[in-house]
Design a protein around this ligand. Sequence first.
Ligand SMILES: Nc1ncnc2c1ncn2[C@@H]1O[C@H](COP(=O)(O)OP(=O)(O)OP(=O)(O)O)[C@@H](O)[C@H]1O
Length: 267
Amino acid sequence: MGEEAARAVGISKVYGSGDTAVRALDEVSVGFPSGRFTAVMGPSGSGKSTLLHCMAGLDRVTSGEVWIGDTELSGLNDRRLTLLRRERIGFVFQAFNLVPTLTAAENVELPLAIAGTRPERGWRDRVVGEFGLAKRLGHRPTELSGGEQQRVAVARALLSRPTIVFADEPTGNLDSRTSAELLGFMRRSVDEFGQTIVMVTHDPTAAGYADRALFLADGRIVHEMADPTADRVLDHLKRLDGEDLDGGEPDSGEPDSGGRDDGESEG
Ligand SMILES: Nc1ncnc2c1ncn2[C@@H]1O[C@H](COP(=O)(O)OP(=O)(O)OP(=O)(O)O)[C@@H](O)[C@H]1O
């Protein structure tokens, strides 16, 4: 197994207090190996976005440790956390979050501009080329399709060569053809640039682009699937849903239909 880009050690996140407290994450421990693409799935409210936000240092955990490379986040003050996010973490959101008054090129380079650095020309051109954006660089977001806007957002996330990119439902606003295109670009950034990506998604087809899928239920990781396919992911989600309704313990250890899924892959 290669090194890990990020790791959660027994993290819990509780929102609110007293009777209204919600335990969104419950003692989650998980590693994200370098140069791999992980999909995070699970029913609505299972804690997917909370996990992503806590891993990315956008939200503080209630207990436990979050590591980005060899840095533990709870030991950082807000200023150092901001710097770490800027230098080592990339984000992609469902809403493309581009600055409307800036061109695609300016949007791609914005985080580096804020950090007071300039992109390495060769790397910038390679990312822009890989994402098929070379001819769109002078356009503003309103002049781009949804798929192109999200490609700009992913290129922007990659430009600083972050340790890890977190994507929260990046295809949530895209149609299936455009989603497939974007996921293909994300997959290539893992295969060709060695980028580490963690993506929350509801879409089994999207999870099929990942190297592994994690399944959350009630704030816990209840299953891990190596080399997921859309069909196996769909099967497993159906099972999770059924078990949720029954209040039963998810994941009885029974193998998934694909046969190759040992459920305990170290990834
Ligand atoms: N800021 C908050 N304050 C209070 N409760 C919250 C907050 N954010 C999330 N929660 C609760 O924490 C739990 C996990 O929410 P989270 O958004 O992580 O789930 P999710 O799996 O991403 O859901 P979805 O698929 O619907 O986006 C839910 O019960 C949610 O209501």
